[in-house]
Structure formats: C-alpha cells, structure tokens
Design a protein around this ligand. Structure first.
Ligand SMILES: NC(=O)c1ccc[n+]([C@@H]2O[C@H](COP(=O)([O-])OP(=O)(O)OC[C@H]3O[C@@H](n4cnc5c(N)ncnc54)[C@H](O)[C@@H]3O)[C@@H](O)[C@H]2O)c1
Length: 301
C-alpha cells in the first residue's frame, strides 16, 4: 500500500514534530487540531525550525519551501478525506482518542490506516472503536520528533502484517529505526523509562535529594544526556501522570504515580509547555528550579 497523504490529529509537541518530520521526508501532511491557536503555533514552530535548518546548511531554501508547500492546516476533519494514513497525537486519554477514530471513520476512505502515537494506551482498545481494527496500529515517536531516531511500532491483536509493513516503510522514510512491540501498556520504552521518571519524583518528594541533585546524579553518574526531571518537564507532567495511571491500572502498585507528580499536575505545573514544572521556563529557556520545590525541600533540610 502506497502512502503519500498523512493526516496528523493534534498539533501539540508531538503532532507538530511528526508533521515537520513527515513534510521534510516528502509526505503531504494535513495537520489538524481542535484549537486554531495550536495550529498557528505549530506552523510558526515548524517554519522557525526549518529556517534554522537552512541557516545551518542542513537543508536548502528550495527544499524548505517545497516541504512547507506540502503542509496544510485544518481545524475540521475535512482534510482526512484523502488520507492514506492518520497519525493521532492528541491527549493521552482512551475515550478522547476513540472519539477521534470514530469521527474519522465517517470521513476517511475504507483503506486509510489509523495510527496512534499513544505512549501507553491499548491499540486493540483503540481499534475496537472503529470498523477497521485490522488497520489500527501504534506509531510511537519520541520528542523532539525530527531529532529522535526511534519509532516504536505496536501491533494490536487484529493488526495485519500489511498494515505493519506500510507504517514501517513510512517511519523508515522519516529516518527512524524501528522497534516492534506487542500491545501491552507502556510497550517497550515507556515500560522501563516512565517508572524511572516517576521514581525521580519520589526521590525529590521524599526529600532525599533536590531537583538539581536528582538530575545531576543521573547525568553525571549514569551518563544520561538529560536529567529525569528535565525530561519529565519536556514530556509534560500531565502526559507522564496519565501514562503512569495506565501502567498502574494494568501492573499494580509498583507503577503508582508519585504523590509529588500528582500534586504538580493538580497545581497546573505541566512542564515546559505551561512555563513551569520541576523547573521554570521563559521563552522555552530553563531559568532555574521551580521555587515551590526549593521551598518545601528547604523545610525538610
Ligand atoms: N510528550 C511526549 O514526549 C510524548 C512522546 C511520545 C508520545 N506522546 C504521546 O503523544 C500524544 C500527544 O502528546 P503531546 O505531548 O503532543 O500533547 P500536547 O498536549 O502537546 O498536544 C495535544 C494537542 O492535541 C489537541 N487536541 C486535544 N484533543 C483533540 C481532538 N479531539 N482533536 C484534535 N486535537 C485535539 C490539543 O489542542 C493539543 O494541541 C499523547 O498520546 C502522548 O502520550 C508524547
């Protein structure tokens, strides 16, 4: 099956990265979001990133213009009428994702493949909301999508080999190395990574070490390029919490989201995207540890 037109649902951190990566790999992309503001921000971000690529000599101005000409924005689902492949990247909630697939069922041609960028939700459960469960598959990209080399491809109980082959070809053309996972919450990477990030929240919340000590510990002691709390802020603390809830439901107590993580999300500290998480950000630049955390830690020391 030949894929040329991709419809990306959700123009946040992941959807905009997937769209950018796909247009620079030759695909025609319609980027959808229910909020016009998210679409405008995604387009401006993609233009800025490609301008930087041209500036640094990683791309010619002609290739940049050709890539941008392959991108359209759509606040409705109309653009999905011609889609060969849908890649859904909205919030990490089963009901919301199922609702998107159910709505797309009415718009897309019968052979359109429905992929989800979910971090933890069952592809079999997503497929059950459609009349095409054999064409539902996971394409789990990592952030920032244009730079991260991995795509985890996940098969639901009914996903066919043809569909797996088609999405692997797309991911390969987008420059990714593929690992293939069965449909079990967390798949391969997040099953191991997210409990580690959650445990870093426990360390800080239990006053064992400060935010910076936790991050320096893993950077300098384990050679991680980013500290776990910096990474948690980049992923989004709301996303991390929702994934941990899915893991906890399936695997039990060991995966219970830390109280600190839950409190941070409740207080509106969602990480980089909200301007504050474990750290404070101004214009995307890390300014220092969130004073809320230094305050409660100083009480404990
Ligand atoms: N953040 C990460 O590092 C990361 C990594 C891999 C996978 N994921 C997964 O990717 C998905 C998106 O994560 P994100 O970090 O980009 O989230 P985000 O919060 O940055 O963006 C989500 C976007 O979806 C839009 N949206 C919500 N409901 C919608 C709907 N019904 N129709 C259209 N648009 C809708 C929102 O307006 C928002 O712009 C999640 O499933 C997440 O688990 C995230």
């Amino acid at each position: 099956m030949v894929i040329q037109n991709i419809f990306v649902v959700g123009a946040g951190l992941m959807g905009s990265g997937i769209a950018q990566n796909a247009i620079t790999s030759g695909y025609t992309v319609t980027l959808n979001d229910q909020r016009q503001e998210a679409l405008d921000r995604a387009k401006a971000g993609i233009e800025k990133a490609l301008a930087r690529d041209v500036e640094k000599g990683r791309m010619t101005a002609e290739d940049r213009d050709a890539a941008l000409a392959r991108l359209s924005l759509d606040a409705t689902l109309e653009g999905a009428r011609k889609a060969d492949l849908v890649i859904e990247a909205i919030i990490e909630e089963l009901a919301a994702k199922q609702a998107v697939f159910t709505a797309l069922e009415e718009v897309c041609p019968p052979d359109t493949i429905f992929a989800s960028n979910t971090s933890s939700i069952s592809l079999t459960a997503l497929g059950s909301a459609t009349k095409r469960p054999s064409q539902v598959v996971g394409m789990h990209f990592f952030s920032p999508v244009p730079r991260m080399k991995l795509c985890e491809v996940i098969f639901g109980l009914l996903t066919t080999q043809e569909v797996l082959a088609a999405v692997k070809e797309v991911a390969t053309k987008m420059g990714k190395t593929i690992i293939q996972a069965d449909d079990k919450p967390g798949f391969i990477v997040n099953r191991a990574l997210l409990p580690m990030l959650n445990e870093a929240c426990v360390v800080v919340g239990s006053y064992i070490g400060s935010v910076e000590e936790m991050d320096n510990g893993m950077k300098l002691g384990c050679n991680h390029p980013m500290g776990p709390l910096e990474l948690a802020d980049m992923i989004g603390l709301d996303i991390l919490l929702n994934v941990m809830l899915v893991l906890a439901e399936e695997y039990g107590e060991k995966y219970r989201p830390s109280l600190t993580l839950r409190k941070m999300v409740t207080a509106g500290f969602l990480g980089r995207k909200s301007g504050a998480g474990f750290y404070i950000y101004e214009n995307g630049k890390k300014m220092g540890v969130n004073p809320v955390l230094t305050h409660f830690q100083s009480l404990a020391r």
